[in-house]
Design a protein around this ligand. Structure first.
Ligand SMILES: *Cc1c(COP(=O)(O)O)cnc(C)c1O
Length: 401
C-alpha cells in the first residue's frame, strides 16, 4: 500500500519534498507476480547531483553512454543500443531492415500485445504461427507453413525466457531470405552454450520495463552482432537526424533519458543477487510441482542459462482435476496474485481477432494452452511462507490428494 506521509521540514525550514510517499508492506498485502529491484535513494543521490550539475538531461548523456557500455559488456554483444522502452526498440528493430511496406511478418500469438503491435505500427502485417507444444516458443514447422511470397521477416519471442529453436529459425530465415528478429523482453542475461542471447538473428530487442528483472523504470534495447548497425540504429532512435542539416530517415524519438540511465547503472549490480534468489525460488516451486499429474513446467534447455524472468506452468484440467482458472481464483482468495500470461492471446484481441493461427496441428497449440498457462509470483522476496501457501493450494486442488 502506498501511504502519503506528511511533508517533512529540515531544521532550517526547507521543505524536503512537496509530498513523500512511503511503501508500507503489510502481511495482508497481496503478493504480486513481480517486485522491482531498486537501489537505495542514498545511492541515487550522487547520480542525480551529477545530472543537475551538468544539465544534460537526455540526448545520450554520460550516464546513458556508461549504461550502454556496461550492458554491452554484461550481455556480451558488440552492439547494444538503449531505448526509452521496449516497444520503441521493437519498432526500430523492424525499421532497421527496410521491410517492404505491407509485407508479412510471422510471429507468435502467445506474447504480449506489443510484439504484434510493433509489426502493425510499421505498416507491416502480423501473421500468427503456432507455438511448439514442448516449450511454447514459435514452432519452426508452423512458421514454414505460414510463409507466403509476401513474407519479409520472422519476429520470434523467447517467451517466459525459454529460448526459441534458434537453429531451425535461422535455417528457415536463410533459405527463404527473411530477416530474423527476436523479442527477448523475457530473456535478459540468457546464454546458450555461453553465447549471448542478444547475438542471434538480425537483431534482438530487450525491455527494461519495471516488471522485468533488469529495469530502468521504462526502457529498452536493441542488440545486434554487427558493429556496423550502430549508426543506423542511432539515426532511427533520434528522429533520423544525420547531422545538423540532414534528416536522412523516418526515425522516432526512442532515446533513453539520464534518469532512466542512472537507475539502470544502479540496478545492474543488483541483478545477480536477484537472479540467484529467483533460481532458488524456482527450485522450491519445482520441488512440489514437478511430480503433480497434469502440471507441465517450462523445459530445462540444454546449455541454456535461464533468465529467471518468469515461472510459468501449464495446468491440464483433465489430468490435474482442476482448471487453471480455479487454481488462479483459489490463490487470489489467499492473497496470491498469479497471472494468466499470455491469456487472452493476441488473436483474441480486437485488432487481430479473426487472424488465423497457422499450425501443422488441427487445433493450434496456442488455442489449447491459453487456458492452461499460469505464471506464479516470481521475485527475490517471495517468502517461504508464501511458497507454503501456494503449495497448499496446489496440493489441495490436485486430483491425487
Ligand atoms: C514487456 C514486453 C514488451 C514491451 O516492453 P515495454 O518496455 O513495456 O515497451 C515487449 N514484448 C514482450 C514479450 C514483453 O513482455
Amino acid at each position: 500500500m502506498v501511504g502519503v506521509v506528511p511533508v517533512r521540514r529540515r531544521p532550517d525550514g526547507d521543505r524536503v519534498g512537496e509530498m513523500e510517499t512511503k511503501l508500507e508492506r503489510k502481511m495482508s498485502d497481496p503478493l504480486y507476480i513481480a517486485r522491482p529491484i531498486l537501489p537505495t535513494l542514498r545511492e541515487l543521490e550522487p547520480l542525480l547531483e551529477g545530472i543537475w550539475a551538468r544539465r544534460m538531461l537526455t540526448n545520450c548523456g554520460p550516464l546513458h553512454d556508461q549504461l550502454e557500455a556496461a550492458l554491452s559488456r554484461h550481455l556480451g554483444v558488440p552492439t547494444a543500443m538503449l531505448f526509452n522502452n521496449g516497444t520503441t526498440a521493437l519498432l526500430a528493430a523492424l525499421r532497421l531492415h527496410d521491410l517492404p511496406p505491407g509485407s508479412e511478418v510471422i510471429t507468435t500469438p502467445l506474447t504480449f500485445a506489443a510484439t504484434a503491435h510493433a509489426i502493425s505500427w510499421n505498416g507491416l502485417v502480423p501473421v500468427f504461427a503456432d507455438v511448439s507444444p514442448d516449450d511454447l516458443t514459435l514452432d519452426p514447422a508452423c512458421v514454414q507453413a505460414a510463409i507466403t511470397g509476401n513474407t519479409s521477416a520472422i519476429l520470434a519471442v523467447h517467451v517466459y525466457g525459454t529460448v526459441c529453436d534458434l537453429d531451425a529459425l535461422q535455417d528457415i530465415a536463410r533459405s527463404n531470405d527473411l530477416r530474423l528478429i527476436y523479442d527477448a523482453a523475457h530473456a535478459f542475461g540468457c546464454k546458450v552454450f555461453d553465447r549471448a542471447i542478444g547475438s542471434f538473428g538480425d537483431a534482438t530487442v530487450f525491455s527494461f520495463h519495471a516488471t522485468k528483472l533488469f529495469h530502468t523504470f521504462e526502457g529498452g534495447m536493441i542488440t545486434t552482432n554487427k558493429a556496423s548497425d550502430r549508426q543506423m540504429i542511432e539515426n532511427l532512435r533520434n528522429f533520423g537526424i544525420e547531422d545538423e542539416e540532414e534528416v536522412g530517415s523516418i526515425g522516432i524519438n526512442g532515446k533513453m533519458n539520464e534518469l532512466q540511465a542512472a537507475i539502470g547503472l544502479l540496478n545492474l549490480p543488483l541483478v545477480e543477487a536477484e537472479h540467484t534468489a529467483r533460481a532458488r525460488l524456482r527450485q522450491k516451486y519445482e520441488a512440489f510441482l514437478s511430480d503433480l499429474p497434469g502440471i507441465t513446467l517450462q523445459p530445462d534447455q540444454a546449455g541454456v542459462t535461464r533468465s529467471e524472468q518468469y515461472f510459468a506452468l501449464r495446468i491440464d484440467p483433465d489430468r490435474f482435476g482442476r482448471s487453471r482458472d480455479e487454481i488462479c481464483a483459489a490463490l487470489r482468495e489467499v492473497g496470491i496474485i498469479a497471472r494468466k500470461y499470455f491469456h487472452p492471446i493476441c488473436t483474441d484481441f480486437k485488432p487481430y481477432r479473426g487472424y488465423p493461427i497457422h499450425s501443422v496441428r488441427d487445433q493450434p497449440t496456442a488455442e489449447k494452452v491459453k487456458s492452461h498457462v499460469l505464471c506464479l509470483p516470481f521475485h527475490g522476496e517471495v517468502s517461504d511462507e508464501a511458497v507454503r501457501k501456494i503449495k497448499g493450494e496446489f496440493l489441495a486442488k490436485s486430483a491425487r490428494w
